[in-house]
Design a protein around this ligand. Structure first.
Ligand SMILES: Nc1ncnc2c1ncn2[C@@H]1O[C@H](COP(=O)(O)OP(=O)(O)OP(=O)(O)O)[C@@H](O)[C@H]1O
Ligand SMILES: [Mg+2]
Length: 216
């Protein structure tokens, strides 16, 4: 499902990722952890095709990211949900629209879109805020909109970058249950976090990054 072969990513002289070989199978749930600046965001962005590797190959669903472009890459990306560390919400759209738009772009029927949008907003506890604009929300609320948006298409792969960074323990637990449920329905889930609490009692696979080097 997600394969990296000897992938390195340099920003100038900084090696954000060094010679990483990783294989994540369909339906796996994997945590990526490590200190700030270790390369977690870079790794997720590479998997999404938002960064090009300096060296090495990345295959998503058997498709080599280095060999596709344009519409095929767009098609592939629509099957990946991404929770950005900085949310990237559309500020001129309401909470409801932010989530629904991602579904409409995926070509979903409006009735399905509306149903799933409401379902997810309920799951992340934001029903009361569906007509608010992102800048009227707290950081944690914006983060939950980003999570709902990433999940609305039932993506094959969910990449979540520090998805609980702004959330209190109770909501964090709810979000993790939500990730587990989408994972149990078949979505491959990769969560980057430096939240040790999330990792403490987990039986999930954990990839540890330090200075761009990966350890299982
Ligand atoms: N666009 C960029 N240009 C230059 N350097 C970058 C860029 N993106 C990342 N880096 C560098 O690559 C390294 C890894 O950054 P990355 O954002 O992947 O770390 P991270 O593990 O996600 O950190 P954090 O926990 O703080 O989010 C850092 O040294 C960072 O400064
Ligand atoms: Mg990061």
């Amino acid at each position: 499902m997600i394969q990296l072969f000897r992938v390195s990513k340099y920003f100038g002289v900084i090696a954000a990722l060094k010679d990483a070989t990783i294989r994540i199978r369909k339906g796996e749930f994997v945590f990526v952890t490590g200190p700030s600046g270790a390369g977690k965001t870079t790794l997720l962005r590479l998997m999404f095709g938002a960064e090009k590797p300096t060296e090495g190959q990345i295959l998503i669903n058997g498709i080599n990211l280095g060999r596709v472009g344009g519409s095929r890459l767009d098609f592939l990306r629509r099957q990946i949900g991404f929770v950005f560390q900085d949310f990237k919400l559309l500020h001129r759209r309401t909470v409801l629209q932010n989530v629904a738009l991602a579904s409409e772009v995926g070509g979903e029927k409006w009735t399905t879109t509306r149903k799933k949008t409401h379902q997810l907003l309920r799951a992340v506890g934001l029903t009361a805020k569906e007509h608010a604009y992102p800048l009227e929300l707290s950081g944690g609320e914006q983060q939950r909109v980003a999570i709902a948006r990433a999940m609305v298409n039932d993506p094959l792969i969910l990449l979540a970058d520090e998805p609980t960074g702004n959330l209190d323990p109770e909501i964090t637990r709810d979000i993790m249950i939500l990730f587990r449920s989408i994972n149990l329905r078949g979505t491959t889930v990769v969560v980057a976090t430096h939240n040790k609490e999330l990792l403490r009692n987990t039986d999930q696979r954990v990839l540890f990054l330090q200075n761009g080097m990966i350890h299982e």
